[in-house]
Ligand binder design. Structure first.
Ligand code: NAD
Length: 499
């Protein structure tokens, strides 16, 4: 049965003009499973107008009542985790247990946002001058927009909207057109939780919808997560239109393995973090940098583990890794196996021949692959592959490994594997990357910290969720107050100083 996904505006589905549509695939079979409407200017205007109309009342809803809606949303999200995970798996291809994991990590941000009364407390200083008090208050911005990638259709939007909405803003989400259904399920849960109409809206589509939001006078801030070239475009365009913007980009995450590391732990980590979600994670390990003395042994241990990995449809409980998201993306990822070998790497594991549970059936399959003897000039190292291809580089020393990581233009995540506390501490101090793992391959920060990379992995100055999220979605007002009493000082043209 073919599904049809349309927009969500003012608390209900919104058909719009639907002049353009996109296909939604089942990546495990390669079949078109449905269509999604693409928004043009009219749909973007309708969503922003609904959000704008809902803003004054939502902003003035007491912070405890807003928090109560978030608590209800949290309960509904928890109860519907499995439905959401299955919807994600069907369109993205990742295995259901992995999709369940992303919903759970999004849920943690909702739980963080439930504490918004505490997070929105300003400061208060009594008697900054004689009988004069000063305080700061945090106020919402208005209508804010989120533009999100295909690889986490529930978690990444939930890095944004729970906090934005808790702060008193109204929200327009433009999810990836490749897997749009999760956003609609989330919209339905918000409605069930009692969120007033217009506070959360969804428009689907491509560049036209995105540009409509970036250029709209009534959108005050834009949060983006996606690839680096688009993140850069979003940052420049939104800033040119006077908006606050945070744009998280792509990645090339390195895992450094020192000779004293537990090699079984390192091999487990490289396989889990390289091939989980078919490598389509912004925090996936892409480059393993092994000190030369242990590189061969590490490759052998990775091979052992990969041989046992079960690749298959996301809804097959036996599967550990699903297909890639689209046919063109699978082909592009596979092309790095050829270019890697052409440029001098060794294909230690060829994912093109990895068996698929139940057969390939036209799906977008590529098994886990390992390119060994990779060097920094090769395109498989320079580009973000975003698929199940690990590159192994050999470094003579810790310093050479660190230099490699720091010379890379991306700076999203990295990890070091070692049993030497001093080396780990040096790495944590010296590495130019936003999120660092020590014997932890995917160091995604908890909801009460903030998520964000450095260098080409982030444009803007604030990371997602945690207190940086609260900061991004509010502006501070500083108030200086004096309540009149019988004695006051008369006219004084001097600049205010305390006294
Ligand atoms: P993408 O950049 O192609 O798309 C992201 C969003 O931008 C989508 O909503 C898409 O519709 C929109 N978009 C695409 N092209 C556009 C254009 N020309 N103009 C305006 N909008 C456009 O990314 P993707 O393929 O959906 O996701 C994978 C990428 O996202 C990878 O590079 C990955 O590293 C990155 N990512 C980064 C993080 C992070 O936290 N840094 C998290 C998840 C994913």
């Amino acid at each position: 049965m073919s599904k049809h996904v349309t927009h969500w505006i003012d608390g209900k589905p919104f058909a719009g003009t639907a002049e353009r549509r996109g296909d939604i695939y089942n990546p495990a079979t390669g079949e078109v499973a449905g269509t999604v409407d693409f928004a043009g200017a009219a749909e973007v205007d309708a969503a922003v107008a609904a959000a704008r109309a809902a803003f004054p009342a939502w902003r003035d809803t007491s912070v405890t009542k807003r928090s109560a809606v978030l608590f209800r949303f949290r309960e509904l999200l928890h109860a519907n985790r499995d439905t959401l995970a299955r919807a994600i798996s069907a369109e993205h291809g990742k295995v259901v247990s992995d999709a369940f994991g992303e919903v759970s990590r999004g849920l943690e941000v909702v739980e963080f946002a439930c504490g918004i009364p505490h997070l929105l407390k300003g400061g208060y200083s009594e008697n900054v001058s004689t009988k004069v008090d000063a305080y700061s208050i945090l106020q919402p911005l208005g209508v804010v927009a989120g533009i999100t990638p295909f690889n986490f259709p529930a978690m990444v939007p939930m890095w944004m909207f729970p906090i934005a909405i808790a702060c008193g803003n109204t929200f327009v989400l433009k999810p990836s057109e490749k897997d749009p259904s999760a956003a609609m399920l989330l919209a339905e849960l918000w409605a069930e939780a009692g969120l007033p109409e217009g506070v959360f809206n969804v428009v689907h589509g491509d560049k036209a919808a995105v540009d409509g939001l970036l250029e709209h006078d009534d959108v005050k801030a834009v949060s983006f997560v996606g690839s680096t070239p688009i993140a850069h475009y979003i940052y420049e365009t939104a800033a040119r239109h006077g908006k606050r913007v945070q744009a998280l980009g792509g990645a090339k995450n390195h895992m450094v393995v020192l000779p004293d590391a537990d090699l079984d732990l390192a091999a487990d980590a490289a396989v889990s973090a390289g091939f989980g979600s078919a490598g389509e994670r912004c925090m996936a390990i892409s480059a393993v940098v092994a000190i030369e003395s242990i590189a061969d042994e590490l490759v052998e241990r990775v091979k052992d583990r990969v041989a046992r990995l079960r690749v298959g449809p996301g809804d097959d409980e036996r599967s550990e890794m699903g297909p890639l998201v689209t046919g063109p993306h699978r082909d592009k990822v596979a092309s790095y196996l050829e270019s890697g070998v052409r440029e001098g790497a060794t294909l230690a594991i060829d994912g093109r021949v990895h068996p698929v549970l139940g057969g390939e059936n036209g799906g977008f399959w590529l098994g886990p692959s390992l390119l060994d003897h990779v060097t920094p000039e090769m395109s498989c190292y320079r580009d973000e592959i975003f698929g199940p291809v690990l590159s192994l580089l050999r470094a003579p020393t810790y310093d050479a490994a660190l230099d490699l990581v720091n010379a890379n233009p991306y700076g999203n995540g990295t990890a070091i594997f070692t049993n030497d506390g001093g080396a780990a501490r040096r790495f944590q101090n010296e590495v130019e990357v936003g999120m660092v793992g020590i014997n932890v391959p995917i160091p995604v920060p908890m909801a009460f910290y903030s998520f964000g990379g450095w260098k080409a992995s982030l444009f803007g100055d604030s990371h997602a969720h945690g207190t940086e999220g609260v900061h991004f979605y509010t502006r501070t007002k500083a108030v200086t107050a004096r309540w009149l009493d019988p004695s006051h000082g008369g006219v004084n043209l001097g600049f205010p100083t305390n006294g």
